[in-house]
Design a protein around this ligand. Structure first.
Ligand code: DX5
Ligand code: ZN
Length: 221
């Protein structure tokens, strides 16, 4: 596994050309495809579901697909996304009545599992489930839209979660999502993140390869 993973969020891609956009961003050096699922209920926006995930697999996408569920309830979509080719499935604990059960469900379906914590969501949700987590995703914006600014208090939260992961001795990815750009990715990595979602920073520029290379250069400093 690479030390740092770059996961472009297709929320900012051109949906009319989604397959080509995903090919382009993977050819540009991305590691993972970040797939934002919004239901106009848990978050005030509506995006894409398992059919689109399957369509990307049928189109030939081989890279890991990181499904970020911003939906309530969660459980019924887990088998659907597993069948559709998801590699990682993360969800917001407030959106599930039985967090431990949802994590087990994801793993039973052969996917990696993770919790997503919003900027003001307590870390206590991690307390009793560290042994079931493959990924912890910290939101550095309020979920629902691309193109928002990174909320600086997330840096301290990242440091705290990095401590907890190190103390656990487990191999858990620490993913960050929202407002990640070339000019802040290094500071975010120094605070402990090792998987970086970036939507507008990558898809908002004509040359995806140049942005991803700049991000990797920052991470190599
Ligand atoms: C927001 C989504 C993000 C979003 C990030 O709710 O979860 O993945 O696409 O977009 P940027 O990188 O533009 O903040
Ligand atoms: Zn996301």
């Amino acid at each position: 596994m690479k030390d740092y993973l770059i996961a472009p969020s297709i929320l900012s891609a051109d949906f009319a050309r989604l397959g080509e956009e995903v090919d382009r961003v993977l050819d540009a050096g991305a590691d993972v495809v970040h797939f934002d699922v919004m239901d106009n209920h848990y978050v005030p926006n509506l995006t894409i579901g398992p059919m689109v995930c399957k369509a990307l697999r049928d189109y030939g996408v081989q890279a890991p697909i990181d499904v970020h569920l911003m939906v309530k309830p969660v459980d019924s979509l887990v088998p659907e996304f597993a069948k559709a080719g998801a590699s990682i499935i993360t969800f917001h604990p407030e959106a599930s009545d039985h967090i431990d059960r949802t994590l087990s469900l994801i793993k039973e379906h052969g996917c990696q599992a993770g919790l997503v914590l919003n900027p003001a969501t307590s870390l206590r949700y991690l307390d009793y489930v560290m042994d079931k987590l493959d990924v912890i995703l910290l939101m550095s914006v309020n979920p629902g839209f691309g193109g928002q600014s990174f909320i600086p208090s997330t840096l301290n939260k990242l440091r705290e979660v990095r401590r907890r992961i190190n103390d656990s001795g487990r191999d858990i990815r620490l993913e960050i999502d929202g407002g990640v750009k070339v000019d802040n990715i290094r500071e975010i990595a120094e605070a402990g993140a090792d998987m970086f979602v970036a939507g507008s920073a990558i898809f908002g520029k004509p040359d995806y390869k140049a942005v991803i290379e700049q991000m990797r250069n920052e991470l190599a400093q």
